[in-house]
Ligand binder design. Structure first.
Ligand code: PMP
Length: 457
């Protein structure tokens, strides 16, 4: 048996063994009766490679986490070095240099008022931390009625119960509603629904009126408003204008309600600036970061907050005001090291500037898809580009979800060596920043083929 045949049989064997024991996330496992499970052997740059030597261009950065390519030599070297020193240590009563340096750098990178960094180990946990901290702040300040949260329609903040409660994507939420706290929901500023000829700014401003009304009526019982700044990613890469965020910041301050910015998906350059909030010139009370934080290497999240909020918890132990929230792997040194190496690449490689050229190229290429008879919109915010396909373009009538047309695109793109994973009827690109023009051409071509195939009947 030659090496290739051996690998092929091993690839098939791994897929079979996987389906015998593993339960995958966000997956109807029955789909895999016809959809091959792909076992990845290695990754390099924007590419993944399976055991047959077949390569896949990772156009979705492996669920939006990878920034500088798979097996990035600089992050690898930093991790190898850290491994020789310390893999993990309890983070209560003990600390370590990677966590301290990372907190210092995050505090320096974010707006001046954000001076405190609390670590957790995934995005949902960061959201849990932010909502618990906000609630607890008001308790500690003697305002116990401020215990509710206000979210946006079509928002997504993770899938643990608190994060799910403050999210609004029906697919993930409906079944679990009996388990979830009750939240207030404002209509989204999502500009897909703007009138013909209306600007993004005008539509987002118009939608803000609903938010202002809800704040005016409910501020007394509200702890915080939570938003995904600029792009509602899991909600179909729906985008809105920064003016909404500046109005929201202003209103939250006026009404005495915290603002939680969930930049778990949009942070670290995805929207064209290091953080999306920069485009509105605002400082949230809580900034949640994860995903790209470690360059896509290891699970880690951080919640940045202000000295005022930190101060509300700082007292004698017996006052019982401390924030007693913990995860075993809080501040894991390997994850912090990967994050430091990632921030180092940002600092030395002019990433944000270079991405501007890449985003412009991707935009130029992808805009060609606007002419397709079933494409309602091609929208872009920095390095996130989305193509919304519809049943009827004139009426913007969506395809029924049960037809699973996005799934056809997914299957087709895998055959062609590109990992595209549409959200409903939205094909999107959120590639690692190491992507080059030829790779962007391939992504767009395969998406175009997929849309044609998925909309031809
Ligand atoms: N918030 C946002 C905006 C996200 O996009 C996600 C993940 N897609 C999360 C929170 C949850 O992060 P995690 O999957 O790491 O729990």
């Amino acid at each position: 048996m030659n090496a290739i045949t051996e690998n092929q049989s091993y690839s098939a064997e791994l897929a079979r063994r996987d389906l015998g024991v593993v339960w995958h996330p966000c997956t109807q496992m029955k789909d895999h009766e016809t959809l091959p499970m792909i076992a990845i052997r290695r990754g390099s740059g924007a590419w993944l490679e399976d055991f047959d030597g077949k390569r896949y261009l990772d156009a979705v950065s492996s669920w939006w986490v990878n920034l500088f390519g798979h097996s990035n030599p600089r992050i690898n070297a930093a991790l190898a070095d850290q491994l020789g020193n310390l893999e993990h240590v309890i983070f209560a009563g003990f600390t370590h240099e990677p966590a301290i340096r990372l907190a210092e750098q995050l505090v320096a990178l974010t707006p001046a008022e954000l001076t405190r960094c609390f670590f957790a180990d995934n995005g949902s946990a960061a959201v849990e931390v932010a909502i618990k901290m906000s609630f607890h702040y008001w308790q500690n300040r003697g305002m116990p009625k401020k215990a509710r949260f206000l979210t946006l329609q079509n928002s997504y903040h993770g899938e643990t119960l608190g994060a799910l409660a403050v999210g609004n994507v029906e697919l993930y939420k409906t079944l679990y509603k009996p388990l979830l706290m009750d939240v207030l929901t404002a209509p989204s500023p999502d500009c897909y629904y703007r009138e013909a000829g209306e600007s993004w700014e005008s539509y987002s401003l118009r939608q803000f009126a609903h938010m202002e009304r809800l704040l005016a009526h409910h501020a007394w019982e509200l702890a915080a408003v939570i938003v995904e700044p600029l792009v509602q990613c899991a909600g179909g890469m729906r985008m809105y204008h920064p003016v909404y965020l500046s109005r929201l910041r202003d209103a939250c301050t006026r009404y005495g309600v915290h603002l939680i910015a969930d930049e778990i998906a949009v942070g670290f350059g995805r929207t064209g600036t290091m953080f999306a909030c920069e485009q509105a010139g605002i400082t949230p009370d809580f900034l949640c970061l994860s995903k790209g934080l470690t360059g896509g290497y290891l699970p880690l999240s951080a919640v940045l907050t202000t000295e005022n909020i930190y101060g509300a918890f700082y007292d004698e132990y017996t006052k019982l005001t401390a924030f007693l929230h913990s995860h075993s792997y809080t501040g894991n040194p390997l994850a912090c090291t990967a994050a430091l190496a990632t921030l180092d690449i940002f600092a030395t490689d002019h990433v944000i500037e270079r991405n501007r050229t890449k985003a412009a190229y991707l935009g130029r290429r992808a805009r060609e898809l606007e002419n397709h008879a079933h494409v309602a919109e091609v929208r872009q915010c920095g390095m996130i580009l989305a193509v919304e396909f519809v049943k009827n373009k004139a009426r913007r009538e969506p395809y029924p979800w049960a037809e699973r047309r996005g799934q056809r695109i997914y299957r087709n793109s895998l055959q062609k060596g590109v990992l595209l994973r549409p959200v409903g009827n939205v094909v999107y690109f959120m590639p690692p920043y190491v992507v080059d023009e030829a790779e962007m051409d391939l992504m767009v071509q395969v998406a175009a083929d997929g849309i044609e195939l998925a909309t031809c009947d």
